[in-house]
Design a protein around this ligand. Structure first.
Ligand code: MG
Length: 203
């Protein structure tokens, strides 16, 4: 399986990092080794001094597809979850300044803790869905999918121009504002609406 991540999909987050507002989706990949096994802590990587949380809604592909038209894209996923796109912001900044790829900063082991997936039928409207992240019980990020620059169907259609989407692939759909550094011993909890779907410790 592959993990595809959309960047700069919420204007308030693009602005907080002084990034331009994209005209088409920006994306990158993480390998399957970025998944965090259930019940494991997130191990703070030794190569960074500024690892930040990015809470994101994640969709799971349930059908093989290539060159998917936007109007059919909704047929290619029926479950969503919540995940954290952990980012070594100091390393990412270095990569950006040198014009180098971001993988060292984004795709390291355990950098993609993801919740269990739940049916989208549970929600009234997935394009108007609140989600949030708490650190040690304090809300750090709160977003709503209605603020995405590119919605789920546009993302699926766009990515499938370049990559064949396979059953089990997952797509991180971008983070709202409020990203901040995590510390060893932090407790991270992620919610869709008021339902806690993901929690783990930083070790
Ligand atoms: Mg992200």
């Amino acid at each position: 399986m592959k993990i595809i991540c959309i960047g700069r999909n919420y204007i308030d987050h693009a602005k907080e990092l002084n990034n331009p507002i994209p005209k088409e989706p920006v994306f990158f990949l993480k390998p399957d080794t970025a998944l965090l096994p259930k019940k494991n802590p997130f191990v703070y990587p030794s190569f960074s001094k500024n690892v930040q949380h990015e809470v994101e809604i994640v969709i799971k592909i349930n059908r093989l597809g290539k060159h998917i038209e936007e109007k059919f894209a909704h047929k290619y996923y029926n479950e969503i979850g919540v995940g954290v796109d952990f980012t070594a912001r100091d390393i990412q900044q270095e990569c950006k300044e040198k014009g180098l790829p971001w993988e060292k900063a984004k795709a390291f082991d355990g950098s993609a803790p993801t919740s269990n997936f739940v049916s989208i039928k549970q929600f009234k409207d997935i394009n108007n869905l609140g989600f949030s992240l708490q650190v040690n019980g304090e809300i750090k990020q709160q977003g709503n999918t209605k603020d995405m620059l590119f919605n789920f169907n546009q993302i699926v259609a766009y990515i499938s121009k370049f990559f064949t989407l396979k059953i089990g692939d997952i797509i991180y759909t971008g983070t709202p504002a409020g990203v901040s550094p995590v510390q060893i011993n932090d407790r991270i909890e992620c919610f869709i609406e008021d339902k806690k779907l993901l929690s783990f410790n930083v070790k």
